[in-house]
Design a protein around this ligand. Structure first.
Ligand code: 13P
Length: 225
């Protein structure tokens, strides 16, 4: 079975790139995480691919919250997933506290969105008893993504054995929940990362903006024949 590939464009891309990706990709193990403004244009051009927003509001439903987009609005716009708690929001820009992330996770669940919850080496801070209960009750609607901060955008991937050890610990703590690896994944290293048995897929930043790179990563997500 193919492993999951989640593309995170971050604050990159253009309508031209949306056009090109919409014509190129239909894989059912690919989830495309686009800037919110590009989600509907993409959906209008391609009704097959699964789409992810890169965040949702900590407020529920509707209300006087200027600039916010709720999980429910995303779901109503045909979006299936939301990436939550990315370290670029959590620590660097300090946009998301642990409390906010858990509120967003709960909002996403209530709205029927699946979540890709990012965690780093300090996953114990987020994955406490309350969170494991929430994950246990999520009925498969949450995927974790282990992204070591030192590997994001640096081209430096930790030892495969270290990745394996940490992902095993995470899965042990969270009842075997599906867990992705993210951080400097590209066409060259995708196969060896995907070959780690405990890893259920990858979360890809920079390389996911290039069609040949993403195509090669998708190829590496299928078992070798
Ligand atoms: P890079 O693949 O560019 O290192 O980014 C990883 C990431 O942050 C994906 O969410």
């Amino acid at each position: 079975m193919s492993k999951l590939v989640v593309a995170n464009w971050k604050m990159n891309g253009s309508i031209d790139l949306v056009d090109e990706f919409a014509k190129t990709f239909t894989a059912d193990n690919l989830i495309l995480g686009l800037p919110t403004i590009f989600l509907s244009p993409f959906r209008n051009r391609n009704s097959i691919l699964k789409l992810a927003a890169q965040d949702c509001s900590m407020f529920q439903g509707f209300g006087a919250h200027t600039g916010e987009i709720s999980a429910r609005m995303l779901r109503e716009s045909g979006i299936e997933y939301v990436i939550l708690g990315h370290s670029e929001r959590r620590s660097i820009s300090n946009l998301d506290s642990t409390e906010n992330i858990l509120q967003k996770l709960s909002n996403a669940m209530d709205a029927g969105l699946s979540s890709i919850l990012c965690i780093d080496e300090n996953f114990d801070q987020l994955i406490d008893e309350k969170t494991t209960d929430l994950l246990r009750n999520s009925l498969g609607k949450v995927i974790l993504a282990f992204e070591p901060v030192s590997a994001i955008g640096t081209g430096i991937v930790p030892n495969l054995s270290d990745i394996r050890e940490t992902v095993s610990k995470i899965k042990e703590k969270c009842d075997g929940i599906n867990t992705l690896y993210g951080g400097s994944v590209n066409s060259i290293n995708a196969r060896e990362i995907m070959d780690i048995p405990e890893i259920d897929g990858v979360l890809v930043g920079g390389a996911s903006l290039k069609i040949p790179e993403l195509t090669a990563i998708l190829q590496a997500s299928s078992p070798a024949v």
